[in-house]
Design a protein around this ligand. Structure first.
Ligand SMILES: [Fe+2]
Length: 299
């Protein structure tokens, strides 16, 4: 068993299965047969799923999934799991297909802030799939935080407090200028409409997972601007408390990338962070995202 596998088992401390190589399971449950729409089940069973690993000790020439990941382009892979979104609501990743969001460190593409992908949209993606294209010699690991586990490990009075809160997520802070100046106010298509402005959206602070009914903390430092209906100081205090709690080491798994890897995660109950620790080395990652629904809070 290699180190990555051991680390990925961290999320298995509760009833959910350990995060692990999905291997034959993914193959059996519908990479070939999209009708079963396996993505939700995969996302529920494994917070973060990893497949492939061309040079990894756990990649097997005999494993049909490893073979598939090597052979099938990520977009086709994603298409077999669900409906794909544009790579980003406003960002133009250039010379890649529409569905791909390219993070190139040479073009200031970093993700070294804890975030959940595109929560500033009314319907953020259900899941994300990430694949390395160019890897630095060292560093560039990605970390995921389990926001369900974080919710569960809060004290009961704080859970009660956050259960009733709503937060605003604002993409204009990071992408507003880009949309206006670089795209002339004409972004990409999202949920069937061209994105022309990034209007802040409200989401429940505690999200109920549509597949399992389990609650998770649905705020992130990347895109959450404030809690509604409380003072600025209270909002800051609550968010700081939640962020410090979510990112405690016991809620986190970390993945060291190898070319050929492909990682799929549930974007409804996790946050992630890409280490920026590789100096002038280059990192290029390709992400594709599965269409999701509007977050729902506790009744
Ligand atoms: Fe991300």
């Amino acid at each position: 068993m290699d180190a990555n596998f051991a680390v990925f088992r961290c999320f298995g401390q509760r009833e959910r299965n350990p995060v692990r190589l999905v291997g034959g399971r993914l193959h059996r449950t519908g990479v070939r047969f999209r009708t079963a729409c396996p993505a939700p089940r995969l996302l529920v069973e494994h917070v973060v799923s990893r497949a492939g690993g061309r040079n990894g000790v756990d990649a097997s020439d005999d494993d049909p999934l490893d073979e598939l990941v090597r052979r099938v382009p990520p977009i086709e892979f994603g298409n077999r799991l669900g409906d794909l979104t544009f790579g980003h609501p406003v960002w133009d990743s250039g010379d890649v297909p529409d569905e791909v969001y390219e993070l190139d460190s040479a073009d200031n593409g970093f993700a070294d802030v804890w975030h959940t992908d595109m929560t500033f949209m009314p319907r953020p993606p259900m899941g994300s799939i990430l694949r390395p294209v160019v890897l630095p010699r060292n560093g560039g690991d990605t970390n995921w935080a389990d926001a369900e586990l974080a919710y569960l490990s809060l004290s009961e009075p704080i859970r009660r407090l956050v259960d009733g809160l709503t937060a605003v997520h604002d993409g204009s802070r990071e992408f507003g200028y880009y949309l206006k100046q670089r795209r002339d106010g004409r972004g990409n298509t999202w949920d069937g409409k061209e994105v022309t402005e990034l209007v802040p959206v409200s989401h429940p602070v505690v999200r109920v997972h549509p597949e399992t009914g389990r609650k998770s903390l649905f705020v992130n430092p990347g895109f959450t601007s404030h809690i509604e209906g409380v003072s600025e100081a209270e909002s800051r205090g609550i968010l700081d408390l939640l962020y410090a709690h979510i990112t405690k080491p016991e809620h986190i798994v970390r993945h060291r990338w190898r070319l050929g890897d492909l990682v799929l995660w549930d974007n409804r109950n996790t946050l992630h962070y890409a280490n920026r620790d590789y100096g002038d080395n280059r990192s290029v990652m390709h992400r594709i995202t599965l269409r999701g629904d509007a977050p729902v809070g506790p009744a």
